[in-house]
Design a protein around this ligand. Structure first.
Ligand SMILES: [Zn+2]
Length: 202
């Protein structure tokens, strides 16, 4: 392959995507080059639109259109009012819980776990979770962090942060395999983990 800077650059960027290495990145770039109008053009537009119009809310962590203003009492514009918040580590976890249809309420996406090397507690939106609970009409916070050491450490830290509120705190327990990451669970396991959630003892 002759060295074309633009192509090399594209391969480099695509190979950083999850599940892709240089080899599959090359295959993707070839496919794109052979379908410039059908693939590259709409993809470039879609990427530019997402880059320009969508960002993570710095209060609740969800992905949202920049035209929507989040605030502590009504962070997600869902069209409904809820009294529950489900706390998850990542947006992919939110999508898994949503697709299982077991949970009706708001989400709070931490963006990682406490022991993730590059995350400190402020970055994990835990302070804003406490604010949401205090200001909103929230009756229950469901901690749906992974059954990993980091996930459980994070859950305990959040429980401690919420100890001066009256909110009920529960966490997914039964049915969640040890080491289980929320996004990798099948719907059945996730639904049973939600149904059998246990209250934290205060
Ligand atoms: Zn928000």
């Amino acid at each position: 392959m002759q060295n074309i800077n633009e192509i090399e650059e594209l391969i480099k960027v695509i190979s950083k995507l999850p599940g892709l290495g240089p080899k599959s990145a090359k295959r993707i770039v070839l496919k794109l080059m052979n379908n410039k109008d059908e693939l590259i053009k709409p993809m470039a537009k879609a990427l530019a639109d997402v880059y320009k119009n969508i960002s993570r809310c710095n209060i609740c962590g969800i992905l949202k259109s920049n035209t929507i203003q989040c605030n502590y009492s009504n962070c997600e514009i869902t069209g409904s009012e809820y009294d529950k918040i489900c706390v998850v580590e990542n947006i992919s976890d939110q999508w898994s819980v949503e697709s299982s249809s077991i949970f009706k309420g708001y989400f709070h996406i931490l963006g990682g776990t406490i022991s993730s090397a590059d995350k400190n507690k402020d970055e994990l939106l835990i302070n804003s979770l406490v604010e949401r609970v205090k200001i909103g009409k929230i009756k229950e916070v469901i901690l749906a962090t992974s059954a990993t050491v980091e996930g459980q450490t994070t859950a305990f830290y959040i429980q401690d942060s919420l100890k001066n509120t009256n909110v009920k705190i529960s966490k997914l327990a039964q049915g969640l395999p040890v080491g289980g990451e929320i996004e990798n669970l099948d719907d059945g396991t996730l639904i049973s983990a939600f149904k059998n959630r246990q209250s934290f003892k205060k």
